[in-house]
Design a protein around this ligand. Structure first.
Ligand code: G3I
Length: 389
């Protein structure tokens, strides 16, 4: 059974036969009733890598970039972590430091120093840095609700984007201009999320944000960023359709949007829902709109995976390699960032803890900054990726 599984699973994935991979998962699930959701486990899978190059070097060799999210506190307090970042990354992104509620504790009392330190660090070391994120309903400053009405919302957006994007103009590789504006479960025909911006300004708030960002920083690549775009589930499919509708609309109206950011917060327990054919098709549809694609926040939660670390790490690594080997086949994909570099610092510790309270292991390096199989998996995906140049 395990040999059959190995052959059919791998062939299914590499040949893009997502349906077959799914069927294998179902068949295995029946035999492994206790842990049917990680029925794709393959104890003999090979994660070996050639050479000593870092992830960033391997990505660069293919005309791609690799980077990670970080915070100013990590930079100033953890020299070992900084060394690991410098070794592995060619691109950085502030996990939180450029969000409106971080830049301004109240509303318009901007304090740029912490985020500036990240930008200066990137510049000093010749790394790229992304901006994350200008307009996101979850990063509004505390006083937003009292200060902003439908009469003042346009001006508030204008002031915020001009203030921040001008401050960093010319220094950033790209900006996540609008984050998570789509939410099909909100039952609007356009698939948009009901948020303060939508309520105050209507659907055109999205294009307004992109025009303002383009005017304030004509050099940055402007990105629409969203999540749940990865798996063969009704929820993800609805979001893929809604995101495509949004991007088509923006492009047809000559809105300056240059790339789709796919967050890719993957779940090691949902990996049997990866449908390569479907995902490839979606990426092609995005590329056909003339857009680039960035994998902006990749990680793999292990919250429902087995406690055993060796097994858990293999499942997480499988998720990374299976996903990236599909995604990196699409020439419009220009780079990959993980949402953190080391398990030492990951939002998943707080947001998706394990029931057994064991430490989570979702990132390429462990808490001691040693590469895990997830690192090998990402390295292998870069090594096998077609060259961009
Ligand atoms: O720094 C304070 C700390 O002083 C305090 O003790 C603690 C109490 O909970 O809160 C700490 O701040 C938290 C911060 O994460 C650092 O852990 C904030 O409350 C919390 O809201 C913040 O969450 C961030 C979240 O976005 C909301 O902004 C996560 O770090 C960050 O990883 C997450 O990132 C998002 C992307 O921006 C968009 N895509 C999804 C992704 C994951 O949710």
């Amino acid at each position: 059974m395990s040999k059959l599984h190995r052959i059919s699973r791998r062939h299914a994935l590499w040949l893009g036969l997502g349906g077959l991979a799914g069927m294998t998962a179902i068949a295995l699930g029946q035999h492994q009733a206790n842990h049917q959701n990680y029925g794709l486990e393959d104890p003999t899978r090979d994660f070996s890598v050639m050479g000593q190059q870092s992830l960033g070097d391997r990505a660069r060799a293919k005309g791609l970039f690799y980077g990670a999210a970080l915070s100013p506190e990590q930079l100033s307090s953890d020299a070992d972590f900084v060394r690991a970042l410098l070794r592995e990354c060619t691109m950085l992104v502030p996990e939180n430091a450029m969000k409106w509620n971080r830049l301004a504790q109240e509303f318009d009392d901007y304090r740029f120093e912490p985020a500036d330190a990240l930008v200066a660090f990137a510049r000093r070391h010749g790394l790229g840095i992304r901006g994350h994120t200008l307009i996101w309903h979850r990063s509004l400053p505390p006083a937003f609700a009292e200060r902003v009405t439908s009469q003042t919302a346009e001006q508030a957006m204008q002031r915020h984007i001009r203030r921040v994007a001008r401050h960093y103009a010319g220094a950033l590789h790209s900006w996540d201009v609008v984050n998570e504006a789509v939410e099909p479960s909100h039952d609007r025909t356009d698939g948009l999320r009901v948020s303060p911006w939508l309520e105050y300004l209507g659907p055109d708030y999205i294009e307004l944000a992109f025009h303002l960002a383009a005017e304030a920083d004509p050099q940055a690549r402007l990105v629409y960023n969203d999540y749940n775009l990865d798996y063969d589930t009704p929820v993800d499919e609805a979001r893929r359709r809604a995101v495509l509708r949004l991007l088509e609309r923006l492009r047809s109206r000559n809105v300056p949007v240059h790339a789709l950011g796919i967050q890719a917060h993957l779940d090691g327990d949902e990996q049997h829902r990866l449908n390569p054919t479907q995902l490839r098709h979606f990426l092609r549809e995005v590329a056909n709109l003339g857009l680039k694609i960035i994998i902006t926040e990749l990680d793999v939660t292990d919250r429902r995976l087995p406690a055993d670390i060796a097994r858990r790490d293999r499942l997480v690594a499988s998720a990374y390699e299976d996903y990236l080997s599909v995604v990196l086949d699409e020439p419009a994909v220009i780079g990959v960032l993980t949402w953190g570099l080391s398990d030492r610092y990951t939002w998943l510790t707080e947001f998706k803890p394990r029931r057994d309270r064991r430490a989570v292991r979702p990132l390429p390096l462990d808490v001691a900054l040693q590469p895990k199989l997830a690192w090998n998996a990402i390295a292998r995906a870069f090594d096998h990726a077609p060259s961009r140049s």
